[in-house]
Ligand binder design. Structure first.
Ligand code: HEC
Ligand code: HEC
Length: 300
C-alpha cells in the first residue's frame, strides 16, 4: 500500500471511530435525559362521572389523537416500527392486564396528559402532551372521567426504543419531549364557548401543534422516522396547504376522507382516525382560525 493511501485510510478510520464515540456519548446522554426528574405543580381537577361528562370525554378521546396510539379500546398499540431499531408501543391505559394506570389517582392523569410527566416524575418521551397541555380543566376532567370507566382490555406497557442518532439529537436538544415544550407555570386556560369562532378554533387546533409546530407553520417533524413527510404549513404563508381549501366544506371533506380536493391522498401520518371524528363546529372553527393566522413561511 502506498504510504499516503495508508495514512488517509487510518485518518478515515479515526474519523469513523471519533464519530462513533460522539454518537455513543450522545446516546448515553439521551438515555440520562429520559430518566431525568421533572418537577411540576399539578392543579387539581374535579372529575364528575355523570353521563354528559363521560360523553364529552369520549368525544375528546376519539377526536384528539389518543386512539391513534392507544387504540380505540385504550389497550395500546405499536405505532412506529421501522425494523431498523426504532419501535414505539403506546401502553395500555385501561385497567386490564398490562395496564400502566392501575395505581393512577386524578393528579396522575393530569400530570401525564397536561404536563407530559409520569407519576414517577420522569418525562413521557413520545406522547405529544403539548397538544393537551392547554385543555380546560372541565375538558381534562371529562377526558379523565371517560378514561377511568373504559372497559378493561388486555395490553402491554410502553416500549420506547430509539436509534442512537435520535437519542443523541434528543440529548443535544434538537428533539424535545413534551415536558420540555410545555410551559408548566401557565394556569389552565379559561373555557371558550363551543362555537364557530377563531377563539374556539385556536383551542381545538392545540391538538395539531405536536406535528405542525407551535405556530402551525409545518416543516419537518423533529424525531419522526425519515420516511414521514414534512407537516404542511397551515398558515396562509408561502407554500400554505390551506390555499387548496377555498371553504370550510372542502376542508371538512379532507379531514373526513383523507383526500385533497383533487382526489389525491394526504399521507396517513395525518391522524385521520381521530380527525374524522371532529364535529362540525370544531372543524369549522379550526378552519376560521387557520385562515386568520399570520402568514409564515413553511417551518418558520
Ligand atoms: C403519538 C402517540 C400518542 C398519542 C397521540 C397519545 N399518547 Fe399517551 N402515550 C404514548 C406513549 C408512547 C406513551 C409512553 C410514554 C412515552 O411517551 O414515553 C404514552 C403514555 C400514556 C400514559 C401513561 C403514562 C405512564 O407511563 O404513566 C397515559 C395515561 C396516556 N398516554 C394517555 C393518553 C391520552 C389520554 C391521550 C389523548 C389525550 C394520549 N395518551 C395520546 C403515545 C401517545
Ligand atoms: C401526527 C402528526 C400530525 C397531526 C397530529 C396533525 N397533522 Fe396535519 N399533517 C401531518 C403531515 C405529516 C402532513 C403532510 C401530509 C402530506 O404531505 O401528505 C399533514 C398535512 C395537513 C394538511 C394539508 C393537507 C393537504 O392538502 O395536503 C392539513 C390541512 C392539515 N394537516 C391539518 C391538520 C389539522 C387541522 C390538525 C389538527 C386538528 C392536524 N393536521 C394534525 C401531520 C399531522
Amino acid at each position: 500500500m502506498k504510504p499516503w493511501i495508508k495514512r488517509s485510510a487510518i485518518g478515515a478510520l479515526m474519523l469513523v471511530a471519533l464519530g462513533a464515540a460522539t454518537l455513543w456519548a450522545g446516546a448515553v446522554a439521551g438515555e440520562k435525559k429520559m430518566r431525568r426528574l421533572v418537577d411540576v405543580q399539578v392543579a387539581p381537577i374535579a372529575v364528575r362521572d355523570d353521563a354528559a361528562s363521560i360523553e364529552r370525554g369520549r368525544y375528546l378521546f376519539m377526536s384528539r389523537g389518543c386512539t391513534e396510539c392507544h387504540g380505540v379500546d385504550g389497550a395500546g398499540r405499536t405505532f412506529i416500527d421501522d425494523g431498523k431499531g426504532m419501535r414505539v408501543h403506546a401502553p395500555n391505559i385501561t385497567l386490564g392486564p398490562g395496564s400502566v394506570v392501575a395505581g393512577y389517582g386524578t393528579d396522575d392523569w393530569t400530570r401525564t396528559i397536561r404536563h407530559g410527566v409520569k407519576p414517577d416524575g420522569r418525562p413521557a418521551i413520545i406522547m405529544p402532551s403539548e397538544d393537551y397541555a392547554r385543555l380546560t380543566a372541565a375538558d381534562l376532567a371529562a377526558l379523565v372521567a371517560y378514561l377511568r370507566q373504559m372497559p378493561p382490555a388486555r395490553g402491554e406497557p410502553a416500549e420506547v426504543r430509539l436509534p442512537l442518532p435520535v437519542k443523541a439529537l434528543y440529548a443535544a436538544g434538537m428533539i424535545r419531549d413534551a415536558a420540555e415544550k410545555i410551559d408548566h407555570r401557565l394556569p389552565p386556560p379559561a373555557a371558550v364557548p363551543d362555537a364557530v369562532t377563531t377563539a374556539h378554533g385556536a383551542y381545538v387546533a392545540n391538538a395539531c401543534i405536536g406535528c405542525h409546530g407551535a405556530q402551525l407553520a409545518g416543516g419537518k417533524i423533529p424525531g419522526a422516522p425519515p420516511e414521514w413527510p414534512a407537516a404542511a404549513n397551515l398558515t396562509p404563508g408561502a407554500g400554505s396547504a390551506m390555499a387548496r381549501y377555498a371553504d370550510a366544506d372542502a376542508f371538512a371533506a379532507m379531514l373526513r376522507t383523507g383526500k385533497r380536493p383533487d382526489g389525491s391522498a394526504v399521507s396517513p401520518v395525518m391522524p385521520f382516525l381521530a380527525l374524522k371524528e371532529l364535529n362540525d363546529t370544531d372543524v369549522r372553527a379550526i378552519y376560521l382560525h387557520l385562515k386568520s393566522l399570520p402568514a409564515l413561511a413553511t417551518g418558520e
